[in-house]
Design a protein around this ligand. Structure first.
Ligand code: CTP
Ligand code: MG
Length: 560
């Protein structure tokens, strides 16, 4: 734990001399930090939702005076936070201190009169800023400072990484460049809240919550927005006992199954989003999927949205991923890196298909970290065994219990560097017996595959399901071949040498930047020879790797 503590606090490692009192103090800091994680996951959810309810989204003209804009809105109450971003036009997110301000703003706004068309008179919290008269000369429009919520293009990312001093810093820098910003997360909560206003026409007590990578700590700028329509507040709660011996209950429409009720609710809400939701376009109802959903694009935010209902297990796995990401800072760095590496080499894609998903890749990284010696992450069973009776959580027959008092988790002393872990990740999966074995983060062990899917990753909570059922043999082979190639490149050591800056200031790609270059993979055969010679190239690299390992060669020898 000492070194873990040191890493988190940026102090000396346990190998160096550490004052006993200081160490004790540090341990306490980490324990209380860890203990608060679960609470803060819910706190983040609650806080995000509450802020969103006090916020509005405004489409702005290309040029306007920020000062006048703020002055105009302040008439409705105190503004506690605001920012501008660019997404096919300028938008402002404005958060008031009080929800009453929104009522006041709505009162003074009007439904536009559109020519040759008619408007649906739905008063949402998405507005357009219009100029009602000529501007004062003294009040000329200025250009507001707009945030960009798009991820850094890959060539700029590799340039940035090449300038870093170590490979560990490169992995951290990649995460810093790609992770969701606080404001982007605010916008995600706001879009959920705007959608809730539509769903609330039928279910006033409902909530729409973000889940998946928007809130699990592994979201990259531009990732989709997974939303969950939560109706539990409506059905939950026990009726009060009455003295009269009588009680009233609602008459309800009944469906054949939970699934069919979910489908009909999503169908109606999907229809409303399509017909009445400002800014919501391309609505598709995908109701026959295992998990029925409504997919659409929310233009003002630029988010691709997936709205589901009755999907509590996925909410719980978002919480689990968030916890794992918080337990050790290396987890998120490695997950971001592996996801980026897989994306640039076409292992993952934004369109669904027979390829590995980001969620599967994340679970693969967690599993790998559980398999380190000493283990960096605890198994899911360990998290369950540490749980108190009050932590018990069963969803649709699935035991989703995890410990809430996280101070009970004893992390082991593993100080491996990110560079080492990335190399070991590639070797681990470059040589994993995917043909026979499945990955199980509940046990932290590989197990015999229960069925013949190419890649079998047990769903953490719905244990009879395979997270990567969609993956076919070809896609798995591409992943394995690329792992071997990347492991081989790192073992060779050449890519680990940082060159000096050129006259332009740029540094030739090295380390992680070199692993992300598409041309490198193609040149070395993964993509270029995919059609004819993929297997032999991959096998050749595997045997080269094995021989480097058995000769005790590789990177370390080459460097020394
Ligand atoms: N999920 C799941 N089983 C799957 C796929 C998804 O339980 N086979 C859950 C996970 O909790 C996941 C969430 O649904 O985090 C959202 O799925 P998805 O959008 O595919 O993954 P994300 O983790 O959000 O990653 P991305 O950034 O690619 O959207
Ligand atoms: Mg997602």
């Amino acid at each position: 734990l000492d070194s873990h503590v040191s890493r988190r606090l940026g102090t000396t490692t346990s190998a160096e001399k550490v004052d006993v009192d200081k160490t004790h103090q540090a341990v306490c800091v980490v324990i209380s930090d860890v203990r608060n994680i679960r609470k803060s996951y819910f706190a983040i959810q609650e806080e995000g939702q509450e802020q969103a309810e006090r916020s509005v989204l405004i489409s702005c003209p290309p040029k306007f005076s920020e000062e006048r804009f703020l002055k105009h809105l302040s008439k409705h109450g105190d503004i506690s936070n605001y920012f501008f971003y660019y997404s096919y036009g300028i938008y402002a997110v404005v958060e008031f201190s009080n929800r009453d301000s929104i009522a006041s703003m709505k009162e003074s706004s009007r439904i536009p009169i559109v020519q040759h068309e008619a408007a649906v008179p739905f008063k949402s919290r998405l507005f357009s800023l219009k100029s009602t008269g000529a501007l004062n000369q003294s009040d000329s429009p200025n250009t507001v400072k707009c945030q960009q919520h798009a991820p850094l293009p890959i060539n700029q990312l590799t340039q940035r990484l090449s300038k870093e001093e170590s490979m560990d810093r490169q992995l951290q820098s990649l995460m810093e460049a790609y992770q969701l910003t606080e404001d982007n997360v605010r916008l995600r909560f706001l879009v959920c809240s705007l959608l809730r206003d539509i769903a609330a026409a039928y279910f006033p007590e409902c909530t729409i919550r973000p889940f998946g990578s928007s809130v699990n700590g592994f979201g990259k700028l531009g990732c989709d927005l997974d939303m969950f329509l939560d109706l539990d507040a409506i059905s939950g709660g026990k009726p009060k006992k009455s003295d009269s011996g009588l009680s009233l209950e609602y008459q309800v429409k009944r469906g054949a199954s939970e699934r069919s009720v979910t489908q009909s609710i999503l169908s109606v809400i999907g229809e409303c989003v399509d017909q009445f939701g400002p800014g919501c376009v391309g609505v598709q109802k995908i109701l026959n999927a295992r998990c029925p959903l409504v997919r659409f694009s929310h233009q003002p935010s630029g988010f691709q949205c997936d709205l589901t209902a009755n999907n509590r297990v996925a909410m719980k796995s978002s919480e689990l991923l968030y916890l794992y990401g918080q337990l050790d800072e290396r987890v998120r760095c490695l997950v971001f890196t592996v996801r980026c590496w897989a994306r640039v080499h076409g292992i993952t894609s934004s369109i669904p298909g027979a390829w590995i998903s980001n969620f599967s890749l994340t679970v693969m990284v967690l599993f790998f970290l559980q398999r380190r010696s000493p283990a960096i992450l605890p198994t899911l069973d360990q998290l369950k065994d540490l749980a108190a009776a009050s932590d018990k959580c069963v969803i649709e027959g699935n035991d989703c219990t995890i410990v809430s008092d996280l101070s009970k988790i004893k992390l082991q002393n593993n100080t491996e560097s990110l560079e080492k872990l990335l190399q070991e990740f590639f070797e681990f999966y470059g040589t994993f017996a995917f043909n026979k074995m499945s990955l199980n983060i509940r046990k932290g062990k590989e197990q015999n595959k229960p069925e013949s899917a190419a890649l079998y990753i047990q769903n953490p909570f719905e244990t009879s399901l395979n997270v990567s059922k969609n993956v076919n043999a070809t896609q798995l082979e591409r992943f394995v071949a690329l792992c071997r190639e990347s492991a081989w490149m790192l073992q060779q050591g050449e890519v680990l040498k940082r060159g000096s800056a050129q006259s332009s200031g740029s540094v030739p790609p090295w380390g992680l930047a070199a692993l992300l270059l598409p041309s490198v993979a193609e040149g070395a055969g993964v993509k270029g020879r995919r059609k004819r010679k993929r297997e032999p190239a991959s096998e050749r690299i595997k045997s080269l790797l094995d021989s480097l390992k058995s000769n005790g060669g590789g990177k370390k020898n080459q460097r020394s």
